[in-house]
Design a protein around this ligand. Structure first.
Ligand code: ATP
Ligand code: MG
Length: 344
């Protein structure tokens, strides 16, 4: 029925631990939703490091990423005792993935303290600057110093990404989150730049909140948020708080966005404790794939798959053990098949 689907080559990095299992489920349901995907399997992660590829990402994989600009990625582990950077950091630095985007939306039918709340917002986090730029040194043997780096250009890029996302998703408001009352220059610059960028998007309302208050508001009244745009460390903490609101890292997708490359991945790690047992929940990676569908302009396909996934959660009879009401649940494969059936 979708014979007109254009071809979209995507680099598929299955990754470590539960990666291959969740990647298999995710690519199955994504291919069933949108026929145009051409999966290019590529290696990265712990096994490569053990074979002596220090960065964890071999040249052949980098070449494919540069050719396609699109990656669907499972979790990458860093072997214990490996001194260097993780493969994740390698990719983020190499392609200047300056924006980390995390939608926070619960799945229907699950319990938990926020089950009955209307939570649906996106955290857009700057991902290369701030205290995480890695500029640290010992001033004296007893005094350590870390430099907080915020640039106008970096702030403009993340602000534009957040406003453009709000516009594309037909949202009405954004909230800039900073600590500009204390760090008047760095966080203040970020706040100024977001406020200036807002003029290019007159249909969107912009609010500002201090990060400590925002943490409280996300718990007390999460319904108020649509898009949060913030600096790196604030965003690191707030996006995990958001993941907690909707039932944990296992359900939370993300996108890492650069000028030329976008990497879509689940927020969880490689979960070696359950790897190879056909019990991992592929929901977070499937939702990352739904973000990728929207990114390539296939909003209709994204909506079809999102609805199928929600149907399976609402029915509640074919969920993996981590979210099953009886704690037993079904296998990764059976969950995948239920989503495929819901798509028909
Ligand atoms: P890594 O070192 O790669 O971060 P990890 O063991 O910290 O691996 P996390 O993904 O951070 O793995 O997960 C923490 C726990 O949550 C794991 O023990 C695992 O049982 C559970 N978990 C994580 N992801 C999933 C998933 N997709 N499905 C089911 N359980 C999961
Ligand atoms: Mg972990």
């Amino acid at each position: 029925s979708h014979a007109q689907d254009h071809r979209v080559p995507v680099v598929l990095i299955s990754g470590d631990g539960i990666g291959p299992e969740v990647a298999d489920a995710a690519t199955s349901v994504l291919s069933a939703t949108f026929k145009g995907f051409e999966w290019i399997e590529a290696e990265a992660g712990a096994a490569l490091m053990e074979r002596g590829v220090a960065s964890g990402v071999p040249k052949a994989t980098l070449d494919e990423i540069e050719r396609t600009g699109l990656v669907l990625k499972g979790p990458l582990a860093t072997p214990i005792g490996h001194g260097g950077k993780s493969a994740n950091v390698t990719l983020r630095k190499l392609y200047e993935l300056y924006g980390n985007v995390r939608p926070i939306k619960p799945m229907p039918g699950l319990g938990g303290p926020f089950a009955d709340r209307d939570i649906n917002f996106v955290v857009v986090r700057e991902n290369v600057e701030d205290l995480y730029a890695g500029i640290e040194h010992m001033q004296t043997p007893d005094v350590a110093q870390c430099l907080k780096l915020i640039t106008r250009k970096g702030s403009e890029k993340i602000a534009r990404l957040a406003f453009a996302l709000a516009r594309a998703e037909h949202r009405t408001s954004l909230c800039a989150v900073t600590k500009a009352n204390i760090m008047k220059l760095t966080e203040g610059l970020f706040k100024d730049v977001v406020e200036t960028t807002a003029r290019e998007f007159p249909e969107l309302d912009l609010d500002h909140m201090l990060v400590d208050n925002c943490a409280q508001q996300m718990v007390m009244r999460p319904e108020q948020f649509e898009v949060i745009v913030t600096t790196n460390m604030n965003g690191d903490i707030l996006s995990d708080l958001g993941a907690g609101l909707i039932g944990g890292l296992g359900l939370t997708p993300s996108a890492n966005v650069g000028d030329d490359v976008a990497i879509f991945e689940a927020v969880h790690g490689s979960a070696p404790d359950i790897a190879g047992r056909n019990v991992a929940n592929p929901t977070a990676l499937i939702r990352s794939g739904i973000m990728m569908l929207r990114h390539i302009g296939e909003g209709g396909a994204a909506q079809r798959l999102e609805r199928a996934l929600e149907d399976v959660y609402r029915a509640g009879t074919a969920l993996t053990p981590d979210v099953a009401y009886d704690g037993i649940g079904v296998s990764t494969d059976a969950f995948r098949d239920a989503v495929l059936e819901a798509l028909e």
